[in-house]
Design a protein around this ligand. Structure first.
Ligand SMILES: CC(C)(COP(=O)(O)OP(=O)(O)OC[C@H]1O[C@@H](n2cnc3c(N)ncnc32)[C@H](O)[C@@H]1OP(=O)(O)O)[C@@H](O)C(=O)NCCC(=O)NCCS
Length: 157
């Protein structure tokens, strides 16, 4: 059994190249079509906001945000399957939203598979609303799948 989050402190910090092996391992256990090591490396090299949540010196989750011209795009949000439903995903998401606000982002966007009810539950809880759909956005088992696009306006502090 996983010890409740209240009893073990977690830290959210900037992702480093040294984190990629652990992050890619969580990614591989979480998605049917995972990002490769190279994609994470490119995100770091591109200067995207890449954060990792650490618990007892191991990564338990991560998230990636790109920002340009006042708009932000959430590119990934993931928690290790062993540590889900403990509030970590929400904590990571809140951190990302705070960072977006600090960068004076006006609107934040994300894509999600319409079947991903867990993630959609979190996004809706945080005030994201469905705005459109992107046809054939995701790789699927049988051809391409559409993405649901959600967005949220960010209020200035
Ligand atoms: C989406 C994800 C990050 C949520 O992480 P988590 O740590 O389990 O989530 P939390 O415990 O912080 O829960 C936050 C909210 O998510 C939603 N949620 C979490 N688990 C859920 C479940 N099993 N069913 C429905 N909603 C769920 C709820 O809205 C929850 O809020 P609540 O506890 O007030 O009901 C995690 O499930 C994950 O990594 N999924 C695989 C990767 C992925 O699909 N990422 C999104 C790509 S767009």
């Amino acid at each position: 059994m996983i010890t409740p989050m209240q009893q073990i402190p977690v830290e959210i910090r900037q992702m480093a190249h040294e984190d990629i092996a652990q992050v890619a391992d969580i990614e591989r256990r979480s998605y049917e079509f995972p990002w490769s090591h190279g994609v994470f490396r490119d995100c770091l090299l591109a200067g995207y906001t890449c954060i990792v949540m650490e618990r007892e010196e191991s990564a338990v989750g991560y998230s990636i945000l790109s920002v340009a011209a006042g708009e932000a795009h959430i590119l990934n949000l993931c928690v290790d399957p062993k540590f889900r439903e403990l509030g970590y995903g929400e904590q990571l998401f809140d951190e990302l939203l705070g960072r977006a606000r600090d960068m004076e982002v006006r609107e934040i966007f994300l894509e999600v598979r319409p079947s991903n009810e867990t993630a959609i539950g979190l996004y809706r809880k945080k005030g994201f609303r469905l705005i459109s759909s992107r046809p054939a956005y995701y790789q699927g088992r049988e051809g391409r799948e559409d993405a649901a696009v959600y967005s949220k306006l960010i209020k200035k502090r």
